[in-house]
Write a protein that binds this ligand. Structure first.
Ligand SMILES: [Zn+2]
Length: 87
């Protein structure tokens, strides 16, 4: 499915699979909060979203709500860890 008139807003910089799906869907604009230094394919490790070799490139806006996004992700993973230790 092509999403050529959409903007995607995400808390975390996309991983390789998500970045690939975004390019395949031809999403023109990607807005994300927190960067992902160890797994980010929106510019941290590799920039799949703006790769010359691919047939679609996105406008990328990063750092929007960075602190809020980072806090949400930290809380989410903390909850996941606590849930696992209780099972
Ligand atoms: Zn992903």
């Amino acid at each position: 499915m092509r999403l050529e008139e959409c903007t995607i807003y995400i808390t975390l910089e996309p991983c390789p699979m998500c970045a690939g799906a975004i390019v395949q869907a031809r999403i023109p604009r990607v807005v994300f909060g927190a960067t992902s230094p160890k797994a980010g394919f929106g510019g941290s490790l590799i920039n799949v979203l703006q790769m010359e070799a691919l047939n679609h490139r996105c406008e990328v806006v990063q750092g929007v709500g960075q602190e809020e996004s980072s806090d949400l992700l930290k809380q989410y993973f903390k909850n996941m860890r606590n849930k696992k230790t209780k099972e």
